[in-house]
Write a protein that binds this ligand. Structure first.
Ligand SMILES: [Zn+2]
Length: 596
């Protein structure tokens, strides 16, 4: 913070509303990736002193990030400019003395971590996320919090998930609302579409003109219509804003929108466009599932410590199932593309040894130490509550539709949960427990389906949707694979070298003592490039034993590995013999008629 800019006083306090906490965000240090925050605390909020905290994690991303790591300095002063003592109280908190007039706290952040969950500021743009930017005065959480911006480049605009425009104020109802918001500043391209009276807007600040913002907004509108139909025709927000930045991919849901990252040309490549549509469907579905239909453990969670829940298989897993179904229901994906997306889901879980080791409940509870702390052994050590949870959702959906053929399967369960555990009359989420979900499953399909859910979430193992495929007129075919024989590794490339990112537990390379992180240099004495690997493996053939030469740190080592045959491919297909009833059920499920 360089001290420029007048300190705004925010909106005038009304007779009943306490004066808001106000933040002035200064972006004039953007070339150095510095962000100043001047927080003004009204006298009545600090009369007895207070505790100032900085979040250690952000809702929706279950890992301790210790945002304080990026704090450069912090100081406090009273209305006369006299310095106040900030007494550290742990790593991310300070005690403020009692003061009989307004207090200003000044912070300086270093902001150069590019992701949808962290601040990234440079000459071109600024992405600011609430949890990483705005400290909280305990005891004043429930007040309104206002944000103003200064030091914005003359050709830059501001977009926020909070209501407001230009330099501000941007108004959050309370501190929880503030840390659940984000700001994007830069040369913005935006487009919006109306869905049932609710503005849906995509704002792109990434570089390049190649992004089809208009087209993506139309996609979002169609997805939003499909999602709204599922939940009974009403959107639970007054607006939905997507702040889009360039990056490798990913998204983070917020109360009234999301932050997503994707490469600039992803929108014009058909396959990547489908992935983007899935991402938009995923984040939009969170408007209901997670943001307003909330596991009780995650209701108003404390942000200074991890919060454990077993329900991420619903919060993220079911969302990952519907992020495949909704683009089909929206007419953006053909049936074949929907079935291929479900095939990939199955393949991902089948190929993950950790799915046989860890239950979904445990994967959810340990998200903090496993899912978000990935290493070369992660696919062996645990399962993925996204893909695995989505496959459970598909399995339960099919079973429900089998047991109650006139119902709408998991759609009915979601509507039931939404009615009973969504927001109350005042708009506050009521929260749900695992038992509430089991009860809803039982109401929709009987005790057996609830029991199936218990088994699929508490016992490690890969769910099998095949016994109930016929209810939708689907069948599974198992095609022999024409893939090359396998070493039993997940390989990547790095500078033209073959890096064995993961050695799959129980596979040939694992048994031979190959390690994740080893670099594959040669097979049977012949060096090879990443492109040549499949050809070389094919030449040797399944069941043959090859000598692999590996680099492990400074060492060269050799191991004898017996090649495994390629996995047969399991594929969902439309059953040509399915009757008209199954065809009708398929149309309700996929939102379009069955066709290959
Ligand atoms: Zn999600």
């Amino acid at each position: 913070m360089n001290g420029t800019g007048a300190l705004p006083t925010g909106a005038l306090p009304s007779a009943v509303e306490p004066e808001p906490i106000t933040y002035l965000v200064d972006l004039s240090g953007r070339d150095q990736h510095l962000v100043g925050v001047r927080m003004r605390i009204p006298a009545d909020a600090i009369a007895d002193g207070g505790r100032l905290t900085i979040a250690t994690w952000t809702p929706g991303s279950y890992v301790v990030r210790d945002y304080v790591h990026h704090l450069q300095r912090i100081s406090a002063s009273d209305a006369m400019g006299a310095a106040l003592t900030l007494t550290p109280d742990g790593l991310s908190a300070w005690l403020l003395p009692a003061v009989d007039n307004d207090v200003t706290v000044e912070l300086e952040w270093y902001a150069y971590e590019a992701s949808v969950r962290t601040n990234h500021v440079d000459d071109r743009h600024a992405l600011l996320v609430g949890a990483a930017t705005f400290p909280c005065l305990e005891g004043a959480r429930s007040r309104a919090h206002h944000v103003h911006l200064t030091g914005v480049a003359h050709d830059h605009e501001v977009a926020s998930l909070l209501p407001g425009e230009g330099p501000g104020p941007y108004v959050a109802d309370d501190h929880e609302h503030l840390v659940d918001a984000a700001f994007e500043v830069g040369v913005l391209r935006s487009s919006s579409v109306d869905v049932h009276g609710v503005e849906h807007r995509i704002v792109w600040s990434g570089h390049g003109d190649g992004v089809d913002v208009r087209g993506l907004t139309d996609d979002l509108g169609r997805i939003a219509h499909a999602a709204t139909a599922l939940f009974g025709g009403e959107l639970p927000a007054t607006r939905f804003t997507v702040l889009a930045v360039d990056g490798e991919g990913g998204g983070l849901e917020h109360r009234d929108g999301c932050v997503v990252a994707f490469p600039p040309h992803a929108s014009t490549d058909p396959e990547r466009r489908r992935r983007l549509q899935g991402l938009l469907a995923h984040e939009h579905f969170h408007l209901w599932n997670v943001r307003r239909l909330v596991p009780v453990d995650l209701l108003a969670p404390p942000l200074d410590r991890p919060v454990l829940t077993t329900s991420l298989w619903i919060a993220e897993g079911w969302t990952s199932y519907y992020d495949r179904l909704l683009p089909a229901r929206a007419g953006l994906w053909r049936v074949s593309e929907l079935l291929a997306a479900l095939d990939r889901l199955r393949e991902a879980v089948d190929g993950m040894p950790g799915a046989l080791l860890q239950s979904l409940h445990d994967a959810s509870r340990t998200a903090w130490t496993k899912h978000y702390r990935r290493d070369e052994n992660s696919p062996n050590a645990g399962t993925d509550y996204y893909a695995h949870g989505a496959l459970v959702a598909f399995t339960l959906d099919l079973r429900l539709r089998t047991l109650a053929p006139h119902g709408d399967g998991l759609d009915d369960v979601l509507r039931d949960l939404w009615r009973r555990h969504g927001p109350d009359a005042s708009g506050q989420p009521r929260g749900y427990t695992e038992q509430d979900v089991l009860d809803a499953l039982e109401r929709a399909g009987g005790a057996d389906v609830a029991q199936l859910a218990v088994m699929l979430t508490t016992v490690p193992g890969v769910p099998d949707p095949t016994p109930d495929l016929s209810v939708l007129g689907l069948r599974e075919v198992v095609d022999p694979s024409d893939d090359a024989p396998r070493l039993g590794v997940l390989a990547g490339t790095d500078g033209g070298r073959i890096v064995l990112r993961t050695v799959l537990r129980g596979g040939s390379a694992w048994d031979a003592g190959v390690s994740g992180g080893d670099v594959l240099l040669a097979i049977d004495g012949e060096t090879l490039t990443p492109d040549e690997l499949p050809t070389v493996l094919r030449r040797h053939g399944a069941e043959s034993t090859v000598t692999v030469t590996l680099q492990r740190g400074p060492r060269l080592i050799e191991r004898a590995v017996r090649l495994m045959p390629a996995q047969p491919r399991r594929r969902l297909r439309i059953d040509a013999d399915a009757d008209v009833t199954a065809r009708a059920r398929f149309s309700r499920w996929a939102g379009q008629a069955a066709a290959d």
